[in-house]
Design a protein around this ligand. Structure first.
Ligand code: BG6
Ligand code: MG
Length: 223
């Protein structure tokens, strides 16, 4: 019996994963570091500071900056990212997401947000879908970020449901790992190879395939 669906935000509800990529790439390039889409996959689901540390390590520059300078770099990235976010509109919600949220509401299935982003509430506001969510977990309120299960467990706890009664939806490897460690059924949106390797129970090419009846059917036939 499924009582809640807990969504990731960036790259699941809207295309902000691409905006994170643009803002990080510009920041990295400004300090003579470059990275490609493949490396960017390893940043998905990872907190702002951890992402910066990974980029610096990738560019062999981890020892070049003090903590204060790193805070400044992360701030700069976020300022650019926030400018990109200001263009977000309800039309930017990924295909199938609103329909899925409507179906969940009709069936009295709770809806949670488990995003590592501190910009999550602002993004939901731009997209005008805040009201669908029964809980939005503050990523600062949990001890460890993804791939630790904490944020998904906190969502379930706040919604007063057991992890086994939840489905998590993610586009990142770290996120799928977090859902599985939380003991939930994991729906991965993205490349079959990457999502399967991360441990997804069901892989969807994109969110247009997030049709509740079909997902529920797959969940019921999971062994
Ligand atoms: C996750 C993204 O949802 O949020 C990461 O996948 C991002 O790429 C993280 O670093 C933190 O986001 P923010 O908006 O707080 O910098
Ligand atoms: Mg994501």
């Amino acid at each position: 019996m499924i009582k809640a669906v807990i969504f990731d935000l960036d790259g699941v509800i809207t295309d902000t994963a691409e905006l994170h990529f643009q803002a990080w790439k510009n920041l990295a390039n400004s300090i003579s570091i470059d990275f490609d889409k493949e490396f960017n996959e390893t940043l998905k689901g990872i907190s702002r500071m951890d992402s910066l540390n990974r980029i610096l390590r990738h560019g062999d520059a981890i020892d070049k900056y003090t903590e204060e300078e790193k805070e400044e770099l992360a701030f700069k990235k976020n300022e650019e990212y926030k400018q990109l976010l200001a263009y977000l509109k309800p039309e930017n919600i990924y295909p199938g997401i609103r329909e899925c949220l409507d179906t969940l509401k009709e069936r009295n299935i709770k809806i949670g947000l488990a995003s590592a982003s501190k910009n999550g509430p602002a993004i939901l506001n731009y997209l005008q879908i805040t009201n669908y969510f029964d809980t939005i977990v503050n990523p600062d309120s949990v001890p460890s970020g993804k791939p630790a299960p904490d944020i998904f467990l906190k969502a379930a706890e706040t919604l007063c449901v057991k992890p086994i009664e939840c489905i998590g939806v993610e586009d990142s490897e770290a996120g799928i790992e977090a859902i599985k460690k939380a003991g939930m059924y994991a729906v991965g949106v993205g490349t079959m190879e990457i999502m399967k390797q991360a441990g997804a129970d069901l892989v969807l090419k994109d969110t247009s395939e997030l049709i509740w009846n079909e997902v529920y059917e797959a969940y019921c036939h999971n062994d």
